[in-house]
Write a protein that binds this ligand. Structure first.
Ligand code: EPU
Length: 301
């Protein structure tokens, strides 16, 4: 991706940092993806101007949060990635409200709130990624989803080109899906959490961690579950029943621990992972008549 000198200067005036030649292998939990330029956004009030600038200059872009649910193509990528810098004061609590930057780590947020005796998010403890990513896809685990705790979201809204604050009631949170537009950029969230003694939250966290450790390949490179669960079915169970654990295309492999986790078992390429996804989807379709929908976000060139 070629960034003009004029754009580089203007970005720097707007407090954004341009990092050329960044590898998405190092910025995604799958460890897969080609290279491109990264723009780190440091001043939230300049985001509308930066987005307008990229549109004027015709620079295609994608927004990268924690990189834990993204499968990017190989080679030189045809888009730049935008990334929100995290601030030193990413989280604060006032009564039962927690104000958290979208760039903050989700697990760190759960722990921070627990220390302030605010619970309700124990199930989310091992979900990797940023708070912004969790909001966008309404991340969930062990009976908890982030959506019901959301009272306000501050975001850059692609439709208006402005920074806006939405009330929780104005946002639809469904299973692994929300009403945010793909180009919206999450900036900050206000969560409302129930008061709970720290020790009680901690024991809930320990139970979830234990369940996760016993069923998921936590020490391998993955994007969590590859497919959403179809209503009334478990994608992992179906893939397992088809005997596909360990099935691989190159170094892209169906985990032998949890069949809905596809891992990078070495130097998997994006094309390997995409082919594995297609093969598994096809086998599930022909055996069960069910079309699995990706949970992982695919960034094709
Ligand atoms: N199962 C198998 N074989 C497998 C995997 C699962 O038989 O290889 C069976 C399990 O024994 C269980 C059922 O399938 O009876 C469901 O498995 P599990 O409890 O692991 O839950 P899941 O539906 O596969 C969902 C979320 C996970 C979340 C867990 C725990 C989705 C797509 N996945 O997994 O979220 O951690 O529940 O709440 O909704 C993610 O979204 O990336 C993710 C990891």
């Amino acid at each position: 991706m070629q960034i003009s000198a004029k754009l580089t200067t203007r970005l720097s005036e707007l407090g954004a940092e341009l990092r050329p030649g960044v590898s998405l292998q190092e910025h995604t939990s799958l460890g897969i993806g080609g290279t491109t330029d990264e723009i780190v956004l440091r001043r939230r009030e300049t985001i509308p101007a930066i987005m307008a600038l990229l549109a004027d200059e015709g620079v295609p872009h994608r927004f990268l949060g924690g990189g834990t649910n993204v499968l990017a193509d190989d080679g030189e990528l045809s888009f730049v990635v935008l990334h929100l810098a995290s601030s030193a004061t990413a989280m604060r609590v006032e009564g039962n409200a927690a104000y958290v930057d979208a760039a903050a780590d989700l697990g760190a947020t759960v722990t921070f709130c627990a220390k302030q005796n605010l619970g309700g998010m124990e199930g989310l403890i091992g979900v990797p990624g940023s708070v912004g990513g969790a909001l966008r896809m309404n991340a969930g685990a062990y009976g908890t989803q982030i959506g019901p705790h959301v009272r306000e979201v501050e975001l850059y809204r692609a439709a208006s080109g402005r920074l806006e604050t939405l009330r929780g009631s104005e946002i639809r949170f469904d299973y692994r899906h929300t009403s945010f537009a793909p180009e919206d950029v999450m900036l900050q969230v206000k969560l409302e959490l129930p008061s709970k003694p720290f020790e009680e939250i901690l024991s809930g966290i320990k139970v979830c961690n234990e369940k996760r450790r016993s069923s998921q390949p936590l020490h391998q490179k993955s994007a969590g579950c590859i497919f959403k669960n179809p209503p009334g079915h478990s994608a992992g169970r179906m893939i397992d029943e088809l005997g596909l654990k360990g099935h691989r295309v190159g170094d892209a492999m169906v985990s032998d621990r949890h069949a809905n986790f596809f891992v990078n078992a070495g130097h998997a390429r994006g094309t390997d992972m995409l082919q594995l996804i297609d093969e598994v989807r096809e086998q599930v379709r022909s055996a069960y008549g069910i079309e699995l929908e990706n949970e992982v976000i695919v960034w094709r060139n």
